[in-house]
Design a protein around this ligand. Structure first.
Ligand code: AMP
Ligand code: ZN
Length: 140
């Protein structure tokens, strides 16, 4: 897609510190890392979000994640890793081309998700499950 920064990286039109690459996907260091070694894994074909990419293609993208994760974990001497994925601006997506973040973590980096987990009202979870099952096309 014209103007898309990750499409430009995939086509080699702008530079990136690339790691693994094949015909379908490319991985490279995030230029504004949460921690050094923060890596992005990107399909070469433009899809905006995880709702748009076919499951098979997402599967192929994920194939290189374990090898990247091991290398990042070992080289950066991380204590842990997060896989992170954003869809739409309200969920933090700034580049509208689907991507997976691999983020090396250590106990002193001070990041916190700040999640406030809620509770369902009586019957709400079951009702929602029924709607989701219907949307998924599964017969109850
Ligand atoms: P997100 O906010 O989840 O959409 O993630 C987009 C990520 O892309 C951010 O972490 C940016 O730092 C990163 N990014 C944007 N442009 C580039 C670029 N040219 N090279 C490497 N990383 C980039
Ligand atoms: Zn793109």
């Amino acid at each position: 897609m014209t103007g898309c920064v990750f499409c430009k990286i995939a086509r080699g039109e702008i530079p990136a510190c690339k790691l693994l690459e094949d015909d379908e996907k490319v991985s490279f260091l995030d230029s504004n890392p949460l921690n050094p070694g923060h890596t992005l894994v990107v399909p070469k074909k433009h899809y905006e979000t995880v709702m748009d990419i076919p499951g098979k293609e997402l599967g192929k993208l994920m194939e290189i994640v374990p090898a990247l994760a091991r290398a990042i974990f070992n080289v950066t001497k991380a204590e842990g890793l997060n896989l992170f994925q954003t869809n739409k601006p309200c969920a933090g997506q700034t580049v509208p081309h689907v991507h997976i973040h691999i983020i090396p973590r250590n106990s002193r980096d001070g990041f916190s998700f700040g999640w406030r987990q809620g509770r369902y009202k009586e019957g709400e979870m079951e009702g929602l499950r029924n709607e989701l099952i219907k949307a998924l096309g599964v017969k109850l």
